[in-house]
Write a protein that binds this ligand. Structure first.
Ligand SMILES: [Zn+2]
Length: 149
């Protein structure tokens, strides 16, 4: 069966990135940026490896997508991310003027929604796509981490 290019398809790609982060011992968050059904950026959290609190998946994906497009604005692009963006990433996404943000799992504590981080008026945000898979990976990460200590 041919898989359609829909939100679930692209969120699966973001989850693959999250799995890569997991395998490196990073908090498993992955992101892809898509324009016209084409993935132009893939990234996963690398805050430990890069020793950089700004190395969230979304931040790297924004930079990679802008490089690919040769322009700083991500109009007509959709970001798929496995966890609701934090305030820093939502702020960066504001500046990018991205058209759409789709996240999987909610982050009640540090996510941009409960913290009322302002998004660009042109940006639509929605969530819940493959949320269970994304939170299961996150839970597994923290359980394993606890068992190692
Ligand atoms: Zn973030």
């Amino acid at each position: 069966m041919i898989q359609p290019f829909d939100d679930t398809y692209f969120m699966k790609k973001a989850l693959q990135e999250a799995q890569e982060a997991f395998d490196k011992g990073e908090i498993p968050v992955g992101a892809v940026i898509v324009i016209k059904d084409r993935i132009i950026a893939r990234a996963h959290n690398l805050t430990e490896r890069l020793n950089d609190v700004t190395a969230h998946a979304e931040m790297q994906a924004i930079t990679a997508a802008a490089n690919f497009l040769g322009g700083k604005y991500l109009k007509d692009c959709t970001l798929y991310v496995t966890l609701e963006p934090c305030q820093m990433c939502a702020g960066a996404l504001y500046w990018s003027q991205i058209s759409r943000i789709v996240y999987a799992a909610r982050d009640e504590q540090r996510g941009c929604i409960n913290l009322n981080t302002k998004l660009h008026p042109k940006t639509k945000i929605e969530g819940g796509i493959l949320a269970e898979e994304a939170s299961a990976l996150m839970k597994r990460f923290f359980v394993e981490k606890r068992n190692l200590n």
